[in-house]
Design a protein around this ligand. Structure first.
Ligand code: PHE
Length: 339
């Protein structure tokens, strides 16, 4: 059977519609499983081989015309203020808005907050634009001290006293200045370091700080709190503390959890050691207490700080940190419903 493409095209061109239902019926009649285009392409077999090419081209042109027509009708309908068949009922429920998803960094931050809230910590906040005192000097980094180089800092050019905070430890100082012990806070937030070493390094990331100050707080309290956290968050019961150095804590330690070495992923994330580093911590240096008006002869305390991105990568098995910053919706959508 010969197909008259010109007459089919004319049918498409002449079609008009006022409602979404009519447009949909048109779409089904032409592009649906039993639609006219299906019928036409079924004829392909009976077309003489030398004419098949031009038959195919005409079929494609017709299909394009149908699609264009549908687009045009939809746009015209939208411009005319929507589907007239729906009447003027303004109480009609609107279409459902698609729900977004929480970012993996937020998911982990909230989980960490919940774990510490259960044992009496409250959440504190501080500014991301800080002065030298809160980010450094009150934390026992004297001016010119080489420890300042541990954290490459973004300073404000016109005023070297102002910088983007390099760690959430600045919030410790703010809380100690404004509250009397006992103090038991965690401070989650964004921090900044000038670390453009490679495309994999990031200048903005997130930390959670912890601070506990009271009479008679000891290193044993610190260790117990971290062991509780490791079990609550990672489900791991073994931790170890390695001596380390931070100007604001003495003694200082890095904490590892024993992760195990059962499969390839365990080898990768623990670099073959079985241990995963999770945070830095220590007993608050007496100089730090004193700088904020707390008597170190009466009070003692501990502090800890951890990076959220690393923990989120571990929790969700994310191999490349850049995924956490690119905000590709295909990636973010995979966290739908994971509150
Ligand atoms: N502020 C430290 C860092 O950013 C982490 C830390 C916090 C260490 C509190 C000890 C106590 O590396």
């Amino acid at each position: 059977m010969e197909i008259n493409f010109e007459s089919l095209k004319a049918q498409v061109r002449d079609f008009t519609a006022d409602t979404a239902d009519e447009i949909e019926a048109f779409r089904v009649a032409w592009l649906g499983k039993k639609g006219k285009l299906r019928d036409a392409s079924a004829q392909m077999k009976s077309v003489a081989p030398e004419s098949r090419k031009s038959f195919g081209q005409q079929l494609n042109a017709l299909k394009a015309e149908v699609n264009e027509k549908i687009e045009g009708l939809k746009n015209a309908l939208a411009e005319a203020g929507g589907d007239k068949s729906a009447g003027e009922d303004l109480t009609r429920p609107s279409g459902q808005e698609p729900l977004g998803s929480r970012h993996p960094v937020s998911l982990v931050r909230r989980e960490i907050e919940d774990i510490f809230k259960r044992i009496g910590f409250s959440v504190a906040e501080g500014p991301e634009i800080e002065d030298d005192r809160h980010n450094f000097s009150a934390l026992n980094f004297p001016p010119e001290h080489p420890a300042r180089d541990m954290q490459d800092t973004f300073f404000i050019e016109k005023n070297p006293d102002i910088a983007l905070r390099t760690h959430t430890s600045s919030v410790q100082v703010r809380v100690m200045e404004s509250q009397k012990p006992p103090i038991r806070i965690i401070a989650p937030g964004r921090v900044y370091r000038n670390e453009a070493v490679s495309s994999r390094s990031h200048c903005i990331f997130h930390q959670v700080e912890g601070l506990y100050i009271d009479k008679g707080v000891t290193f044993a309290d610190l260790k117990q709190t971290i062991a509780y956290f490791a079990e609550a968050f990672f489900g791991k019961t073994e931790i170890r503390m390695r001596p380390s150095y931070f100007p604001f804590t003495e003694p200082s330690a890095e904490v590892d959890v024993y992760w195990g070495l059962e499969n390839e992923t365990d080898y990768r994330i623990t670099k073959g050691t079985g241990w995963l580093e999770i945070m830095g911590c220590g007993m608050v240096d007496p100089n730090v207490l004193e700088a904020s008006g707390i008597d170190p002869e009466v009070y003692s305390g501990y502090a800890f700080g951890m990076g959220i991105e690393r923990i989120a990568m571990n929790r969700f098995n994310i191999g490349d940190i850049r995924l956490l910053f690119e905000n590709d919706v295909r990636f973010l959508n995979s966290f739908k419903g994971a509150w």
